[in-house]
Design a protein around this ligand. Sequence first.
Ligand SMILES: *Cc1c(COP(=O)(O)O)cnc(C)c1O
Length: 421
Amino acid sequence: MEKETIALHAGYDKKFGYGTMSVPIYQSTAYAFRDAEHAANLFALKELGQLYSRLTNPTNDILEARFAQVEGGAAALAVASGQSAIFYAIANVAEAGDNIIISDKIYGGSVTLLTHTIKRFGITAKVFKSEDASNLEELIDDRTKAIFFESLSNPQIAIADVEKIVDIAKKYGVLTICDNTVASPSLFNPIKWGVDIVVHSISKYTNGQGSAIGGIIVERDGLNEFFKKSTRYAHFNTPDDSYHGLVYTDVPLPNFTLRVRLALLRDIGACLPAFSSWLFIQGLETLSIRMDKHSSNALTVAKFLSSHPKVKSVNYPGLENNSGYEKAQKYFKDGKASGLISFDVGSFEEAKRIIDSVELFSVVVNIGDSKSLITHPASTTHSQLTQEELIKVGVNPSTIRLSIGLEDTKDLIADLSKALG
Ligand SMILES: *Cc1c(COP(=O)(O)O)cnc(C)c1O
């Protein structure tokens, strides 16, 4: 089946329960077991079923099954936020003494999480250039546990050289983790290009209306076979003392998300509420048509900005003169480049003045809403980064970022035109 069809139907059997057309919200903390043996079997994974809503929930099951199929993966695990999805994906493979290699073009929250917070757990991060992967190979060593990058990055709007990154990672047997939030599963599917793990902040385009925070982790098919033979990831093929000696690779369920669920969700507990899960299911149903419109609207606005005398430069990979144009054509559905645009004006002060002058655009540190948003990364999302870090992640003091919504572009252009003056 095609993605658009999967997004509407997968994972939910209407013959079950009352046959409600809308997926039910299972607002329950716990589940009654048939008897003591049933409970024991579930916890021993001899039988599959609901355990406790920190670990499993039937509404979340539907979101996970549907999202995994839309991404072309074997399984998914929904969690409380994009940040927790990233943290779990890393913590599932790395421990004190290990290192990860991260892209130089990533989200501000990922920079702080992956370079500062996990360092306090003894995991260090090395930075590679994801647009051409030119320095990736030289950074890999025996303790490298993951290569992390964004397919289409927020806020730099840079496109990773996914094929090259995957080639190098496979040569050394290192897992690749791709944050696919901005491209969304509608425009790009990293797993089809050989990526092992995909993470998302589903708070953005998947939700589409800025109504809930959530994250998801998707794993590719065939990882169990890889883990069975791997010495780099021995914790998957040796007994886990915290789960009475369970060997994950002995379990015929997709191992990566299984381990996040059984060990990390169990202990750290950033689980997704069922109601939020239901909101994400609603969003997923219309994701594809929204991404088409976000992309065509953004292209129209980017062309307008390119021709404006007060605008120094425009960054949108749908523009033919953009450094990411070729990659957008290669990787993304029909070359569509999602809804993020950034542009530079004369100065920090000028950028702030424009933000204060727009009326239709909301000043919001979010992306992917149906309503158009505007931000000034240097004074908000990226204000915790030092000047040096700002330059490294490609954020100038005069950069304005737009998340183009679903309004009529005539109105968006009129608003920007007035604000630019
Ligand atoms: C927003 C965002 C995150 C963090 O997601 P939350 O759901 O806000 O925790 C991670 N990566 C990217 C690319 C994002 O845009």
